[in-house]
Design a protein. Structure first.
Length: 267
């Protein structure tokens, strides 16, 4: 079984389009790439229903879409027999995470990704090597805070998978080495899966997420992900992802339905 459980529903022009037709284009590319099942995981801050949780312009300027329209499109794609799952990429909100979880609870998610793009909701770790969190704190302090936030997300019980779990390395800024064990403990305590993402290969760091050390220190099961924002990227570089999974002892992959996890043979 091969899954691509991290992608963002877009049309042929890479514009947001929450339609079955858009989902079908992703599914067609998945079939071409030998991917058995895909999952759509739009960013949680794109929806009007979550507008009250965000406070920086990058987030609030994007809260213009309807969550029900997104959910209905993916559910209809499933009804028509497309091999798709309904997910969402949910940013960690610390003390407000429970409130956001309550807002999302009525929807029929198959799984939820937990992400940390901002420290304390506003200092970006992927907004530039000399911007956001990197401009506010020394490198080691950014990493300390990042691991602290991601560890809290892992243990929170709100998520099924941690997406791009060492995202803060995106610009090649070191500092996580001594903290992989800390993060691995949090992942295992929380019972979440880890995402092996090929998106890092398209970023300045030029590496898969996560570093093999995290996968070796943790016993967490894995998902595979391209973080595709256009159909052409579905299943991109999955030969590398499969190699990493197997080299770190994984021979199964997570498959989700209704937020219930099962393990299927990998590949």
């Amino acid at each position: 079984m091969i899954v691509d459980y991290h992608m963002h529903l877009r049309d042929a022009a890479s514009e947001i389009a929450f339609t079955v037709d858009s989902a079908e284009r992703f599914a067609e590319r998945a079939a071409e790439r030998g991917v058995d099942e895909i999952g759509f995981t739009e960013h949680v801050y794109y929806f009007r229903q979550t507008r009250d949780f965000w406070r920086i312009p990058y987030q609030t300027d994007r809260c213009e879409h309807d969550l029900d329209t997104y959910v209905d499109a993916v559910v209809e794609a499933k009804r028509r027999g497309l091999p798709v799952k309904l997910g969402l990429e949910v940013d960690w909100l610390g003390e407000h995470a429970g409130e956001l979880a309550e807002t999302l609870a009525p929807y029929p998610w198959d799984y939820l990704l937990g992400s940390v793009h901002w420290l304390y909701g506003e200092h970006g770790v992927d907004s530039g090597a000399e911007a956001g969190a990197w401009a506010k704190w020394p490198e080691d302090e950014v990493w300390r805070r990042y691991v602290e936030e991601l560890s809290a997300a892992a243990r929170s019980g709100h998520f099924d998978v941690l997406s791009h779990p060492d995202l803060a390395k995106i610009f090649g800024v070191g500092g996580l080495d001594e903290r992989y064990e800390e993060l691995a403990c949090a992942v295992d305590d929380g019972g979440v899966a880890l995402e092996i993402s090929t998106a890092g290969l398209r970023k300045p760091v030029g590496e898969l997420y996560p570093d093999p050390r995290l996968l070796r220190m943790s016993v967490a099961p894995v998902t595979l992900a391209s973080d595709a924002h256009e159909p052409v990227l579905v299943g991109e570089d999955f030969d590398r992802a499969l190699e990493l999974a197997r080299s770190t002892g994984r021979d199964t992959v997570c498959v989700f339905a209704g937020r219930t996890r099962t393990l299927e043979p990998l590949g």
